[in-house]
Design a binder for this molecule. Structure first.
Ligand code: ATP
Ligand code: MG
Length: 581
């Protein structure tokens, strides 16, 4: 069991008490009930972890049940994706269940309600139903069909089922109270005609039960003990209980609500995610920038890190927005332990080691993990031509820049001290190559004369490396709350959320990188092979997450300095121009 589950939360307290009181004979059965109308996102992971963890903790079980009562939006691909995602997260369940398995039983329950005088066929139009329902401040009005005799209701409902009526002509409504302050209790619709084919029952049905009717009865039929759902269903709980109270069901589950997960800089709603996908703001449902679990998985997040995240944020009744930094720190913690270290240069700058013998290649030992000797060593090759990171060189370095600059000496990780002797530029004035010398006495990274260097940088052997594409991801939205101050959340989209670097040079052994395995490119972040676009000829790596922010900060500082330098240059240019004119 994951560590953090050991801490209790209010739902755990409720269940513990129920067991002490021998409620439900001490059984605990929960369920995760997705509607198969989209792909799961990280918000769902909270519900999945909660339901499966409670079952596990109290030796009970958790069902995966599809709430598939709206055929218009539901698809088999979603069902398959949801099953594989829940398994990927590390949870086990018996064969998946479907609310549609209960359509016959639900129909019988509806008939039972009619016979008890607790439901009636209503022939108001959809618009009229809306008008009669009233508002938050205004009570509703009884439908003129409310007092239809039971026989007539039974006959009409049967004919609805036979397909005699088109959509919107008749509905079946629960007869509760049109004056209730809770709108959910104002004679809610429980069945409607829908002439759509269903992914599982095909064309057998032309009437489908509504969510509120389906959900509580499916729970009751499955003998669920604790029906955990998000806060927006709090106002539905009286209806949940009312329906079960009217009918002869095998059990009466207890609905308990908790706050949904929200994360900053992203959106967690299938409808909004769908817009991002359909309007091509991202490449698909598994785009690594999306908070969908398929996207997060492709990005390189591990199931353990997501479970850990869900357990860390806990469960409460209070709505809050979680900092995405917490999710990032959970994946770093996990990958720091398991990812072997590698060297990869993502923005290469060629370095020639002037005094290194032509044609010679040597291999150097490199540790796969600085703290874990058991992860072993690997050999990296070194020769006259290397690549280093463009960011690790500055022609006019400020004081605090401890990397390479003209005349400066740095350590090449696992290799030698090198000194920059000359800078080669192209006709535009951009640096294209560095000429360096190395000190053969410093092999392994230490000087026998005890002299120190302030910087250590990573590199790869130019003649012996893997070419790759690397994709760097940033937040999908510019504002913490994408919704805030905008008419449409899409106005807040960060148009620079994806940076593709196509000319990266990686350590040779990464040509054998395995999908779903994490690698740390030293100083750059954690990476994984992209499962979709990678080929043997052209591997593609996704950056899962940066290392601790230190490196990112330096790069930002550096960027700012570059900008200031550019500004100065411009000023000079302008002055010159002004003088001429
Ligand atoms: P969305 O709003 O994204 O469309 P949904 O609630 O309609 O989500 P369902 O398939 O009905 O999606 O959700 C299955 C379960 O997951 C429900 O019990 C729901 O309460 C829970 N769930 C969905 N989103 C979150 C979230 N952000 N945090 C916690 N639980 C969630
Ligand atoms: Mg829903």
């Amino acid at each position: 069991m994951d560590d953090a589950i050991k801490k209790g939360h209010f739902i755990e307290t409720i269940i513990t008490k129920d067991i002490e009181n021998n409620k439900n004979d001490g059984r605990v059965v929960t369920r995760f009930p997705p509607e198969p109308n989209g792909f799961l996102h990280i918000g769902h992971a909270k519900s999945i972890c909660l339901n499966f963890n409670m079952a596990q903790k109290f030796n009970g079980k958790c069902n995966l049940r599809f709430d598939d009562s709206n055929p218009a939006k539901e698809k088999q691909i979603y069902i398959e994706s949801i099953i594989s995602t829940v398994k990927w997260l590390g949870f086990e369940f018996d064969t998946p269940l479907y609310a549609s398995n209960y359509f016959d039983r639900l129909y019988e329950f509806a008939v039972e309600l009619i016979k008890k005088g607790k439901a009636y066929v209503c022939s108001l139009t959809p618009n009229e139903i809306r008008e009669y329902r009233g508002t938050l401040t205004e009570v509703g009005k009884d439908s003129p069909y409310r007092e239809r005799p039971v026989e007539e209701n039974l006959d009409l409902f049967e004919r609805m089922k036979q397909g005699e009526f088109e959509e919107g002509i008749h509905t079946l409504r629960a007869k509760i109270n049109m004056k209730s302050p809770n709108i959910n209790l104002r004679d809610p619709i429980i069945y409607r005609v829908k002439k759509a084919s269903h992914p599982r029952t095909g064309t057998k049905w032309v009437i489908y039960p509504m969510y509120d009717f389906t959900h509580c009865l499916s729970d009751a039929l499955e003998m669920i003990t604790h029906s955990l759902c998000s806060l927006e269903f709090e106002d539905h709980r009286p209806l949940y209980d009312w329906i079960i109270d009217q009918l002869e069901t095998p059990s009466h589950p207890q609905q308990i609500e908790f706050a949904r997960m929200n994360i900053n800089y992203t959106v967690l709603s299938k409808r909004k995610l769908q817009r991002l996908v359909e309007e091509n703001h991202v490449s698909g449902w598994d785009d690594p920038r999306l908070p969908t679990l398929e996207g997060i998985r492709r990005r390189g997040y591990t199931p353990a890190s997501i479970r850990n995240f869900c357990n860390t944020i806990g469960v409460s009744k209070k709505d809050s927005r979680i900092d995405v930094g917490l999710l990032e720190s959970c994946i770093r913690d996990d990958l720091n332990k398991i990812a072997p270290r590698m060297m990869g240069v993502i923005k290469p700058l060629k370095v020639i080691i002037e005094n290194y013998p032509e044609g010679r290649t040597e291999t150097l030992d490199a540790a796969n993990h600085p703290q874990k000797e058991e992860m072993g060593k690997r050999q990296v090759s070194f020769s006259k031509e290397l690549y280093i990171e463009q960011d690790d060189f500055m022609e006019d370095p400020p004081k605090k820049f401890f990397r390479l600059g003209p005349g400066r000496e740095v350590r090449l990780r696992y290799a030698y001290f090198v000194t920059c002797k000359d800078v080669i530029k192209n006709e535009k004035g951009n640096v294209t190559q560095l000429i360096c010398t190395y000190d053969p006495e410093t092999k392994g990274g230490n000087a026998p004369d005890g002299r120190k260097v302030k910087g250590t940088i990573h590199w790869v052997d130019a003649g012996h490396c893997t070419d790759a594409e690397v994709r760097l991801y940033d937040r999908l939205f510019k504002d913490e709350d994408p919704e805030q101050g905008k008419q449409d959340f899409l106005e807040n989209l960060n148009t620079d959320s994806l940076e593709i670097l196509s000319n990266c040079k990686l350590e040779k052994c990464l040509e054998n990188a395995v999908p779903e395995k994490a690698y740390q490119f030293e100083r750059i972040g954690y990476f994984c092979l992209d499962t979709k676009d990678s080929t043997k000829e052209k591997p593609v790596f996704n950056r899962t997450v940066t290392l601790r922010d230190a490196w990112a900060k330096i790069t930002r500082q550096q960027l700012q300095q570059k900008k200031q330098q550019a500004k100065k240059k411009n000023k000079k240019k302008n002055k010159k121009k002004n003088r001429k004119s």
